[in-house]
Design a protein around this ligand. Structure first.
Ligand code: PRX
Length: 644
């Protein structure tokens, strides 16, 4: 083993674990590597319920993959109906708590009923297989209900995180060609109503394709409803024709399940397409392998369903695996900073999965808050979204896990659909800060610029060598961009956009992005998206955006802005531009810092050298080659400048 601290699973944990010891892991991994088709084929047969069996496990025409071709199944059936003939029928599927303290315990049977009723509502509005639905909701049970109702009918859903602005919502509705928007009046956060419906109204002024808006009443706040277009969920549901059962439509294995927009390296978000069978299989299997899921577990993934983590590990993975999945609507610090610990204690949560950003902000609150609570129900912890620094890892392990809960650090992306690198907690010894090893069936590597393995402890690009079941199929409406973005750097190899290194034990250490994607609180944001928002503002001439290291959120948005003639009030404009970006993209994108400058560092050909700006915000100095710079004095001025 290499130098870092190593935490082996305890004998008790290993004894009860699904996969035991390194031998258990190796056996599975090697089998999957030698016979991938058999490996995934057997799992698909055993773990999913099919209407028609597939004829081929994987068709790979690089870079386009199809999994389980010829098969038919339904994702909602696999998440719900299949459990109803088992003792799970009365098990809690979703254990929900609203921020004000309201609570709903929804059994598999009841969730099935809710999903069927809403599927019937969608049908009653004329929606059918292949149509597209935008879902823009707070973290309430009706959000997964709407997703599963779409899946039940083969309607392709796209959930837009409630923190996105009307502008961002509009772009997604238009790109997807959605004909229905499912939303709510608002939700609760920090004891305040956060309205959603007004953003829908604003977005729809330029979305003529949307014929129906279905609004769930959550807060009871004042909103306006447009006659003919907008309908209350409860009114549609009350119609006599809406029954408690709706047959699940068998769809092709490769039928699109959902599109989720994420940030790429341009200003235009990309719609990541996931399809049905492979996605479901891999999210379900990783749910079992990574979280070592037991029937009696109470599992809580704190992610918002608006991001991929929520899709795969609040909704599809846990429900397909028959778990009890906890959902919480609000902020971690309302009414007090121990709200999460309260939730864990109250609901006897046994598996807790969250982000390093959340952990760091909880560290800042102090140990006295978790110490007030009985957290002894916890047996496994997880981390996702960004590299976890060893200090945060150790705190999580000691203060929350009481030195007895393994921590699974899970590396994956919106594009991978499911966890790719993670410890199997009863098998793989942990090292703080490393995701450890790839899961069975996953072929990962770290390579140099030419695609050759980088070698032990050498930094390189994190790539995936073979197709995997839950992989992105394409970018919605843009197969060329899909090919170019992920598969053009090295032929036949998936380029993740992350840098990593492998140590002498083969463990992966993910170092962060190598492209223009930022990671703020585990949320993806492109520098170009923020730049194009800024240059829309009438005062802005040019903008360059870079990520700056941040103690809590991992990275923060730092903008360099030049102003048009006549604009001089830096203080007022700084505040206004922060607000402007929040309006154009969403509050989570609000820049931490706006620096005004008379010029940006450019090459003689006019390209902004963002690398220099990154260095200025991280180390305050500039290294490396600056000979292509047009005006060297710009860099000197920027380095000397303090935040305004
Ligand atoms: O840079 C990696 C980082 O998050 C990126 C993916 O972001 P997104 O598609 O929004 O999905 C986030 C949730 C899966 C990756 O390219 N990332 C995610 N998990 C980890 C991570 N970096 C290091 N360690 C992780 N465990």
């Amino acid at each position: 083993m290499s130098q870092s601290a190593v935490y082996a699973p305890s004998p008790e944990f290993v004894q009860n674990a699904l996969v035991k010891g390194m031998e258990g892991y190796r056996a599975l991994y090697d089998r999957a590597a030698e016979q991938p088709e058999q490996f995934w084929g057997e799992l698909a047969e055993k773990e999913l319920v099919w209407d028609e069996k597939w004829s081929q496990v994987c068709e790979w025409n690089p870079p386009f993959a199809k999994w389980f071709t010829g098969g038919k199944l339904n994702a909602a059936y696999n998440c719900l109906d299949r459990h109803l003939a088992t003792p799970r029928k009365n098990k809690i599927a979703i254990l929900w708590e609203g921020e004000p303290g309201d609570q709903r315990l929804i059994s598999y049977q009841e969730l099935h009923r809710l999903v069927c009723r809403f599927a019937n509502v969608l049908k009653s509005r004329g929606l059918t297989t292949g149509d597209r639905a935008i879902i823009y909701m707070p973290m309430i049970p009706e959000l997964p209900v709407a997703m599963l109702a779409c899946a039940r009918l083969g309607i392709i859903h796209s959930v837009v995180f409630g923190g996105f602005s009307a502008e961002a919502l509009k772009a997604r509705i238009r790109d997807l060609g959605a004909s229905v928007v499912v939303t709510a009046d608002g939700g609760w956060r920090r004891a305040k109503e956060v309205k959603l419906k007004p953003a829908v109204d604003e977005a729809l002024t330029e979305c003529p394709g949307v014929k129906n808006v279905i609004v769930y009443r959550r807060t009871g706040g004042e909103i306006t409803m447009q006659d003919g277009r907008d309908h209350w969920w409860h009114d549609l549901d009350a119609d006599e024709g809406i029954s408690d059962f709706c047959p699940a439509v068998p769809v092709d294995s490769e039928h699109p399940l959902y599109v989720l927009y994420t940030s790429g390296t341009t200003g235009q978000p990309k719609g990541i397409l996931h399809t049905t069978a492979g996605y479901l299989l891999q999210t379900m299997m990783t749910m079992k392998w990574v979280f070592d899921l037991k029937e009696e577990d109470t599992y809580w993934c704190s992610a918002d369903i608006g991001w991929v983590t929520g899709h795969s590990y609040v909704v599809y993975g846990p429900l397909a695996a028959g778990a009890t999945s906890v959902m919480y609507e609000g902020a971690p610090d309302t009414p007090a900073v121990d709200r999460w610990w309260r939730l864990i204690e109250k609901h006897r949560v046994s598996i807790f999965y969250t982000s390093p950003t959340a952990i760091r902000s909880l560290i800042r609150q102090g140990e006295q808050w978790p110490d007030k609570h009985d957290l002894s129900s916890l047996r496994l912890l997880g981390s996702v979204g960004e590299p976890i620094n060893p200090a945060a890892w150790e705190w999580y392990y000691r203060v929350i896990g009481k030195n007895r809960c393994p921590i699974v650090d899970t590396w994956w992306q919106t594009e991978t659909g499911a966890i790719m690198i993670s410890a199997m907690p009863g098998a793989i010894p942990l090292k703080p800060g490393s995701g450890t090893l790839p899961l069975p069936g996953i072929s990962m590597d770290v390579v140099d610029m030419d695609g050759n393995p980088a070698g032990t402890d050498k930094e390189g690009f994190l790539v995936i060598r073979k197709p995997w079941p839950a992989m992105i199929r394409t970018i919605w409406g843009d197969p060329d961009r899909y090919q170019q973005q992920y598969w053009s750097r090295m032929p036949g190899v998936y380029f993740s956009g992350d840098a990593a290194r492998r140590d002498s034990d083969g463990y992966f250490w993910v170092l962060g992005r190598v492209d223009d994607v930022m990671n703020v609180s585990g949320h993806r944001l492109s520098t170009m998206e923020v730049e194009s928002a800024l240059v829309h503002h009438p005062a802005v001439a040019e903008a360059a955006v870079v990520a700056k290291p941040h103690e809590i959120t991992g990275q923060a948005v730092c903008c360099f802005v030049t102003l048009k003639q006549g604009y001089t009030d830096h203080q007022a404009l700084g505040a206004e531009l922060r607000k402007w970006v929040a309006h154009e993209i969403g509050a989570f994108a609000r820049p931490e810092e706006i620096r005004f400058t008379d010029a940006l560092p450019k090459t003689r050909s006019g390209k902004i050298m963002r690398r220099l700006l990154r260095e200025i915000v991280t180390t305050h100095t500039v290294t490396g080659d600056v000979t292509t710079l047009e005006d060297l004095s710009v860099v000197a001025r920027l380095s000397a400048q303090r935040e305004e």
